[in-house]
Design a protein around this ligand. Structure first.
Ligand code: NAP
Length: 477
């Protein structure tokens, strides 16, 4: 571990001072190297995770696209947030100095990779792409579910990057030791609530605490309105079953609760789903325990029993109501990581928004299926509640499948994430690994490149000219 951290520390000033376009070229080269190795990496991922080939081929492409998206973010330079306030002797509050602010990389980032996305949230995944684009070297704590894939991916991708920019460590002890190491300046994590919480506390308890960005578990409630159900019950049932069963439900965005106004025959859509292996024995144990707890809860009935066998799992669907959720919230209102979901009856016309606010903690997503042109005070109150509890509000869709695109938000109020102000997918993810600095009255020759008047990196510079303060407040008129 020590040599990986030393290499990351040595790479830190190199990456930080590398012009953003050069950083972008390295990210594109990394993406191309990853894609070129797909025929080697995908079979290795299949062997270690049990995930299906089409899913993994799609995921490796998504991972390369993500690296290229962040290459463009780096090249465009907007992420540096350059603001230049000209010196102003006539400033409304007395003379103003020359102020030049921008964002600088924090330094080496420790990334605890996810088990269920061996490419997209692992060694060359979103956290790595956004940290490298920000100018931070990355040390990945490999997920124990795909250790060989992690090492091989790092070998392939790091060859396209400056030395030390990307390294891998293994094992829980090494991960914790690295998190405590003063050379690590920030950490990101994708995994369970318990793991994320434990690591967040370690990050906060260091002599010099560091930012910790944990993306944790989520219930992802979805509401079906009476109008939507009347229009397309069968399509909703099919979509729900596909979203719960895909990748054996091992997705942080799996819809764990479906709220329906009347009896809803979803069981048929779940029938015939083939067994799918779970990622590793720890997930099998956790899922088996959670499934048993839920099935044994009074007030819960089984719509589709499903099974956990040596061949894999088939989905389990249960039915219950709002009162039972409230009474057994400790059991029913926690994530079951695997293909299990609950259909919950609500009474049309009653305030479902208030019930959701009371019941559901922070979630990555919250969705609603509505009828064509549907709008009402009831629906507006519900949508406001969905916004309050989640990071992504979806209409007439399913939360699994996270688009890799600038506006995406993947995060939310705790326990969806340890820090609700940011995201791990989408271009805003880069802000996690930057901190602001302002230069005051600094001579041009000593200024960092993005802050100079001749702008050698050619990055966007937002200027506040002298004299401006005399008209502040006029935009409100
Ligand atoms: P996990 O058990 O929390 O493991 C994730 C990583 O954290 C592993 O590298 C693990 O290392 C490490 N870790 C966990 N607890 C630790 C501790 N106390 N001390 C030090 N290291 C620790 O998660 P998982 O079971 O692999 O993944 C399933 C969970 O991930 C689900 O809850 C799912 O919802 C969540 N997830 C969230 C997202 C998202 O974007 N929000 C995406 C995917 C998955 P060791 O095993 O080596 O200890």
């Amino acid at each position: 571990m020590s040599s990986v951290l030393a290499a990351a520390a040595a790479a830190s000033p190199v990456l930080a001072t590398m012009p953003p376009r050069q950083r972008a070229e390295a990210l594109v080269a990394a993406a191309d190297a990853l894609l070129a190795a797909a025929d080697e990496l995908v079979p290795l991922a299949m062997e270690e995770t049990g995930l299906a080939e089409p899913r993994l081929r799609g995921e490796i492409k998504r991972t390369a696209v993500q690296l290229k998206l962040f290459a463009d973010v780096a090249a465009a330079g907007e992420f540096l947030g350059v603001r230049l306030d000209a010196a102003d002797p006539d400033f409304v509050l007395g003379p103003r100095p020359d102020l030049r602010r921008y964002l600088v990389p924090l330094g080496p980032v420790l990334n605890f990779a996810a088990g269920n996305f061996p490419f997209a949230f692992s060694v060359a995944g979103g956290d790595t792409a956004s940290a490298l684009a920000a100018g931070c070297p990355v040390v990945v704590k490999a997920h124990p579910g795909h250790p060989r894939l992690s090492d091989r991916t790092a070998q392939i991708v790091s060859a396209a990057l400056p030395p030390g920019a990307l390294g891998v460590i293994h094992g829980q002890e090494e991960g914790v030791a690295a998190l405590r190491d003063e050379r690590i300046a920030a950490a990101s994590f994708t995994g369970s609530l318990a793991g994320g919480r434990a690591l967040a506390e370690i990050a906060a308890a260091r002599p010099h605490p560091i930012p910790f960005y944990g993306e944790l578990g989520s219930l992802n409630p979805v509401v079906v309105t009476p109008d939507a159900l009347a229009e397309r019950a069968s399509a909703i049932a099919q979509g729900f079953a596909a979203s719960v069963s895909g990748s054996a439900g091992q997705l942080c965005t799996k819809p764990g609760l479906l709220f329906v106004p009347v009896e809803f025959a979803a069981a048929e859509a779940f029938e015939g789903v083939a067994p799918h292996p779970l990622l590793h024995p720890g997930i099998v144990d956790g899922y088996t325990r959670r499934r048993a707890e839920i099935l044994e809860t009074p007030g819960v009935t089984v719509a589709v029993e499903g099974a956990v066998t040596d061949d894999g799992v088939t989905p389990t669907l249960v039915e219950t109501d709002l009162a039972t959720l409230l009474k057994h919230r400790d059991t029913l209102l926690q994530e079951a990581f695997g293909p299990l979901s609950a259909v919950v009856r609500y009474t049309p016309g009653e305030s479902l928004g208030a019930a959701l606010t009371e019941l559901v903690e922070g979630s990555l997503t919250a969705g609603v299926h509505i009828g064509a042109g549907e709008d009402s005070p009831w629906l507006r109150e519900l949508v406001a509640a969905l916004q309050a509890l989640s990071g992504r509000v979806l209409f007439n869709g399913w939360p699994t499948g996270v688009a890799v695109t600038p506006a995406m938000q993947h995060g939310g109020p705790f326990p969806a994430a340890t820090n609700p102000t940011t995201t791990s997918v989408g271009t805003a993810a880069i802000t996690r690994f930057l901190r602001p600095v302002v230069y005051q009255d600094c001579p041009q020759s000593l200024l960092p490149e993005p802050l100079r008047d001749d702008n050698p990196w050619n990055v966007p510079q937002h200027r506040s000219p002298a004299g401006e303060s005399s008209t502040w407040g006029s935009l409100a008129a």
